[in-house]
Ligand binder design. Structure first.
Ligand code: BES
Ligand code: MN
Ligand code: ZN
Length: 528
């Protein structure tokens, strides 16, 4: 599918040939002047007759309406015209064209999507429209014998002032590519997305501008002392991979943001095996990893001036004769020993070694992204991802990026009292606490490995994929991550441009703030 941005007056909408003309109609349309064009007249009539209302997502379709060059006209309500409602409206309209109530031979290849009737169209609105189109156009077909019928070959986004929204339009295009890549790899079943294949997907990205990729295997990982990652991988015959991506968009000396994505390509639970129902969905346990790949794909398109490192510990969690057993103690790369009381709490084990590895980049911030806990899904459902951070500025920046990208998150607490349950008599720390506050205790575990930098954790267990009839990956939180990185690039730049500006706080942060436990100091006090 390709996109085009065009300035078209409402009068011009009628003369453009296309398979479908989609018109977003706000609750208070500007379009009902005395010399109304045919589209405006139709909208006014439909509203007056009560056949249509402009509530976000409401639809009215018609075939070859008089005075229009389009084969089909779809009116869709856009409510107050906010970016959120534009997304909702475009999704409803495009889905209705894709698999709606028309004959099975109708295929809307050329779509004219008009925002011209909306009162205020800015960059975020254009971006939201493009993203919603991209989302609707994506169809998984990799493991089907027939390729999906390509819908929407050419989409023209019509606005009254193309120049005004060009930046938002282009951001949407870059982001859509990243989101599509994230969805694709997340959706692939585990036998088509092994750690080795995932590393291959990462390797492919080196062809893109400013991206470098390095893949470590079992030997290199053993040499680094990543005992926690190795422990999870040892029950599978698929060899682990540790993927290191770099996006070099700024000066070499500029401290990077490090993204760490959980890459469990299948989570059986290991010896603490999961129940059979819905276990297939554990192929999505590498959605964090997929979001890192998708973010890098988008970075290559958008080319912000920032350095970003992506780390993906990838392996399967399987229960064979070599598998770790409850009660086993392993030594992480940080030196901290971990008692594995539940082999199903494997995400934090692979992440903790990746977090320790992140130290070598002297990062300005580290954000890990993981389908970490069922508890987070219970707490926040599918609307907001869980956000944890011991750094106020980082938490604020991620929260704001979630709001601006419509890829929402919500901050949860990290009080030290939540770590009580991780105490054990047999190691520095246990990998699980009780059932209560499961999303938080998981974050508390990760925090022990994050004392040397400014850190945040996104638990995307509820948001990374949908279950049921619409089962599939959402591509979240690629949009959030990209908005955050674009924002950081801007901040770094303005700090560099103004000589009076102090260096960014996070970049020169001392090893540990008093609130956060030092990785070295903690184990001893805990064991006492
Ligand atoms: N990948 C799962 C988390 C998960 C489960 C995400 C269901 C989405 C849906 C993770 O590895 C896991 O199994 N977590 C356990 C932790 C528990 C053993 C402390 C969980 O959430 O049950
Ligand atoms: Mn698990
Ligand atoms: Zn898992």
């Amino acid at each position: 599918m390709d996109f085009e941005l065009k300035t078209l007056t409402r009068a011009r909408l009628c003369t453009e040939k296309c398979d479908a003309l989609v018109v977003l109609v706000p609750l208070a349309p500007q379009m009902m002047g005395s010399h109304a064009d045919p589209v405006s007249e139709l909208v006014a009539l439909a509203i007056k007759s009560g056949d249509f209302e402009a509530k976000a997502g409401k639809l009215l379709s018609s075939y070859r309406p008089a005075g229009l060059a389009a084969t089909r006209l779809v009116l869709v309500g856009a409510g107050d015209g906010s970016a959120k409602n534009i997304r909702l409206a475009v999704t409803a309209a495009m889905n209705s064209l894709k698999n709606g109530n028309h004959g099975s031979h109708f295929n809307a290849k050329r779509v004219l999507l008009s925002l011209s009737a909306l009162n205020e169209v800015d960059a975020p609105h254009a971006s939201a429209a493009v993203l919603a189109c991209g989302d609707a156009a994506y169809a998984y077909s990799t493991t089907k014998s027939k390729a999906a019928v390509a819908s929407f070959e050419h989409v023209v986004l019509a606005v009254t002032d193309a120049a005004k929204v060009k930046a938002g339009f282009e951001k949407g295009l870059g982001l859509a590519k990243g989101i599509a890549l994230a969805k694709e790899w997340a959706n692939r079943p585990s036998n088509h997305a092994t750690p080795t294949l995932l590393a291959g997907a990462a390797k492919e990205l080196h062809k893109l501008a400013r991206i470098k990729v390095e893949i470590l295997g079992p030997k290199e990982v053993a040499k680094l002392g990543m005992g926690a990652l190795m422990a999870v991988a040892q029950g599978s015959s698929e060899p682990l991979r540790f993927i290191v991506l770099r996006y070099d968009g700024a000066a070499k000396a500029a401290a990077p943001v490090v993204l760490v994505g959980k890459g469990i390509t299948f989570d059986t639970g290991g010896i603490s095996i999961k129940p059979a129902a819905e276990m297939d969905e554990m192929k999505f346990d590498m959605c964090g990893a997929a979001s890192v790949l998708g973010t890098f794909r988008a970075l290559a398109e958008l080319k912000p001036q920032i350095n970003v490192v992506g780390l993906i510990p990838a392996c399967e969690n399987m229960p064979d004769g070599h598998a770790i057993k409850p009660g086993d103690v392993v030594t992480s790369m940080s030196g901290q020993t971990i008692e594995i009381l539940n082999t199903d709490a494997e995400g934090r084990l692979v992440l903790c070694d990746a977090l320790t590895y992140a130290e070598r980049f002297k990062p300005q911030a580290v954000v890990d992204i993981a389908t970490l806990t069922g508890a987070c899904m219970i707490a926040l459902g599918g609307v907001r991802s869980g956000l944890f951070s011991s750094d106020e500025d980082l938490a604020k920046a991620l929260m704001a990026a979630g709001e601006s990208s419509l890829d929402l998150c919500w901050r949860l607490p990290l009080d030290d009292d939540y770590a009580e349950g991780l105490k054990t008599n047999f190691a520095d720390v246990a990998n699980v606490a009780g059932r209560a506050g499961g999303a938080i205790t998981a974050a508390k575990f990760l925090q022990r490995f994050s004392s040397k930098f400014s850190w945040a954790h996104l638990d995307i267990a509820g948001t990374a994929w949908k279950s049921g009839a619409a089962k599939g990956a959402t591509g979240r939180p690629v949009a959030l991550l990209v908005d955050y990185l674009l924002g950081q690039a801007q901040l770094n730049n303005s700090a560099a441009a103004s000589p009076a500006a102090k260096p960014r706080k996070a970049a020169v942060k001392p090893a540990a703030s008093p609130k956060r436990p030092s990785a070295k100091a903690l184990p001893k006090t805990r064991a006492a």
